[in-house]
Design a protein around this ligand. Structure first.
Ligand SMILES: [Zn+2]
Length: 488
């Protein structure tokens, strides 16, 4: 599989450290608010990567943190703790807030069919571990105490700006600029590992440490949780592109300083979901959550489909019009799968043919996780000359990765249709049930749909159905006893 690596700015052939095994770390949510759909895009695309690695036969161990302390309102070292701020807003304790929004996050994930990582660690349960690693960093000379806080000394690294390839001169210039620099820092890029001094006195969560009572910085949590659960060498670290700097840059700095060798081989970043006005955020414009989309009638699977239609390394623009298009395509896709099911008696699965259908699907995902081409391969399978059983087997197989609930929702659709047919047959006394002839049955179903549309006064839909049938040479006549049809 070719997988883009932010470290090298290239698509590279993915090879894990240990054959057949993948150690994968994901930055989890900061649980002071609901996740917005831009955050969820990142988790959906990471989920596709996780699922595809498993599909390809790797045994994957995936770890994620929950940031329930120490993430300041700025990604630098200033501002208020987001958790404390959230708690104040909601008149709750920090831990109540953390629990509520952690549950809300996983509820969203479940609706979106995002696999729960194998290990999930709230940062507040690992404080001893953070202290242990910070102590080691101080001992090794990579960290220093100043003004009550412990800082990481970026000047001790050969290269700090790993993702950007900045030079030492850039870094030095940055220091000389000296604008808004924390006076305790030796270098502008240095960052806090442990706070005991915060201008916000009401920090609720504090722990004893060798440097005084305080709380950890945000970056140290991911390094420690990853190293503790996945060992010294990580295959893939993923997150949103906004985490590349400073968060991931700092994670690499402190992990490699601590370990004394390279830590993680692949850095996978999902690009932004933007609104037409720019970057999506919690603070500006409509706060787009999954629940909001649901309240507007969109299903979580329609949103997942919307995300899968574009490549994870491209910015995606969210508009309701774009989502409408994706939702319509998704419903059509489910309808097509349902139609294949109704063909029924499609014979046995032709395994050779199924393998061939899967090849296009794998090629797409092997090419830096091209989900949009993978969907094309799915349509290709449905259009192919394979029998119904083989098509359905291919859909079920691809959906292990796409996780769009295709089989389940197609079954539901067919059940609903059957129920409606039965109800209609019962209601329309004197008219027989549906014909066994599939062609006649299709006409009868459309007539029923039109009758229902008329009942709810959707005359546009009713007319559309009538016109569609006429195009196929079927004329409808409404009579007091119901609608009858004839060939023209
Ligand atoms: Zn992280």
């Amino acid at each position: 599989m070719l997988l883009y690596n932010t470290l090298t700015h290239e698509r590279e052939l993915f090879v894990p450290n240990e054959p057949g095994k993948v150690k994968m770390y994901t930055c989890g949510p900061t649980v002071y608010h609901y996740a917005h759909i831009g955050n969820l895009r990142t988790y959906i695309m990471e989920d596709v990567l996780d699922r595809y690695l498993r599909y390809s036969g790797y045994s994957v161990r995936r770890v994620m943190n929950i940031t329930d302390v120490g993430h300041l309102t700025s990604d630098g070292d200033t501002g208020e703790d987001k958790m404390v701020k959230g708690a104040r807003r909601e008149h709750k304790t920090v831990m109540e807030i953390a629990k509520f929004f952690t549950d809300a996050f996983f509820a969203d994930c479940e609706k979106l069919r995002i696999r729960r990582p194998d290990v999930v660690v709230p940062a507040t349960t690992y404080v001893d571990e953070f202290i242990r690693v910070i102590e080691a960093l101080v001992e090794k000379g990579f960290a220093y105490e100043a003004g009550g806080n412990v800082y990481f000394d970026t000047s001790k690294l050969r290269q700090y700006y790993v993702f950007h390839g900045f030079s030492e001169e850039d870094l030095a210039e940055g220091v000389r600029e000296g604008v808004g620099v924390d006076e305790n820092k030796r270098n502008k890029a240095d960052f806090v590992l442990w706070f005991t001094k915060s201008k916000f006195e009401d920090q609720e969560l504090k722990w004893d440490s060798p440097w005084g009572t305080g709380y950890p910085g945000w970056h140290i949590e991911c390094s420690c949780i990853a190293m503790k659960n996945l060992g010294e060498r990580l295959d893939i670290h993923c997150g949103g592109i906004d985490n590349a700097f400073p968060h991931h840059t700092n994670e690499i700095a402190q992990s490699e300083a601590y370990l004394g060798h390279k830590w993680c081989n692949w850095w996978v970043h999902v690009l932004h979901l933007n609104t037409p006005a720019g970057k999506m955020s919690k603070s500006s414009g409509e706060f787009l959550t999954l629940s909001l989309l649901e309240s507007k009638g969109y299903s979580p699977m329609e949103y997942r489909f919307f995300c899968l239609q574009s490549h994870y390394r491209k910015n995606l623009v969210f508009t309701y019009e774009n989502l409408d298009n994706a939702a319509a395509s998704y419903r059509k896709l489910v309808g097509r799968v349902a139609a294949v099911m109704r063909e029924g008696g499609g014979g046995e699965v032709d395994e050779q043919e199924q393998k061939e259908l899967a090849k296009g699907f794998r090629d797409a995902l092997d090419n830096d996780l091209n989900t949009s081409l993978a969907l094309t391969a799915l349509y290709g399978a449905l259009k192919s000359g394979a029998n119904a059983a083989t098509k359905l087997a291919a859909v079920a197989d691809f959906d292990r990765v796409l996780a769009l609930g295709l089989i389940e929702n197609a079954e539901k659709l067919n059940e609903e249709q059957q129920k409606r047919s039965a109800a209609a047959a019962g209601a329309a006394e004197g008219t027989a049930g549906f014909s066994d002839d599939p062609e006649i049955r299709a006409i009868e179903e459309l007539i029923l749909k039109r009758t229902e549309a008329k009942k709810r006064r959707d005359y546009a839909e009713a007319d559309r159905i009538r016109a569609g049938l006429l195009e196929r040479g079927i004329a409808l006549t409404d009579t007091p006893g119901g609608t009858v049809w004839s060939k023209v």
